[in-house]
Design a protein around this ligand. Structure first.
Ligand SMILES: [Zn+2]
Length: 234
């Protein structure tokens, strides 16, 4: 288990309680996409920054003033069961389609914010490493373990393909606890996060899907981004 940073009291905690400079995600994507170029899983060097250790060092607990920071972004340490409760209430009150849309978009925002964080903190990062940082952040945040099976992208050519294996999804834990095993993929905010992260780096919409899901009876949740969705999933 990684050792997390415990920030000293307020005075030396990371300082950005006020709003950081605002920039649209489209602008971030335009600026960063031009620099990232291309990359693939074969070129990926696990030692290139940001490593998991680098990302972990961006996490600060500041219990003295009631804040947790991931670099300059305020974070929350929440009970997975509370998110499960919220999820059930959303499904019960709004219906499954609207609940899915809402949670997918919330996940998208989280992924986009993390992509922005990585580009701002590691502006010279290796392209493959920058894309991979999203998988590490998602794990660091306790949401899911993400293993890249293969990815290849060329931003100039508008091409992205990636295959990943999501394991230990907290969203699946809560969905299965509430509804049992069903016939549909359930990791909505998880794929929303991946979509938001990659889209923000890539500069155009890259929609991720689960091809199978633990909520459908599988052992894990394989999936990814274009180009080959299978019928019946998500
Ligand atoms: Zn799943």
């Amino acid at each position: 288990m990684d050792t997390l940073q415990h920030a000293p009291p307020v005075a030396t905690a990371p300082v950005t309680p006020t709003a950081p400079p605002r920039i649209s995600l489209a602008e971030v994507a335009r600026q960063t996409g031009a620099m990232l170029g291309r990359g693939n899983s074969k070129q990926f060097n696990a030692g290139c920054p940001p490593t998991m250790a680098d990302l972990t060092e961006s996490l600060f607990f500041s219990p003295g003033d009631g804040r947790i920071w991931l670099n300059d972004q305020r974070m929350l340490l929440m009970h997975s069961s509370a998110m499960g409760h919220l999820r059930r209430e959303l499904i019960d009150t709004l219906g499954i389609a609207r609940a899915r849309g809402l949670l997918t978009r919330a996940g998208y925002v989280a992924g986009a914010r993390d992509a922005q964080l990585v580009r701002e903190r590691w502006p010279q990062g290796d392209p493959a490493g920058v894309f991979m940082a999203g998988t590490r952040l998602h794990a660091l945040e306790g949401v899911v373990k993400v293993t890249p099976l293969r990815f290849d992208f060329d931003i100039d050519q508008g091409r992205y393909e990636g295959e990943f294996l999501w394991e230990h999804s907290s969203e699946d834990d809560e969905h299965i606890a509430a509804y049992g095993i069903g016939t549909k993929a359930a990791c909505w905010s998880q794929v929303g996060y991946a979509t938001g992260y990659v889209t923000s780096l890539f500069g155009q919409l890259v929609i991720f899907r689960e091809l199978e899901c633990r909520a459908m009876g599988g052992q894990a949740c394989p999936g990814g981004g274009p180009p080959r969705p299978r019928p019946g999933a998500m």
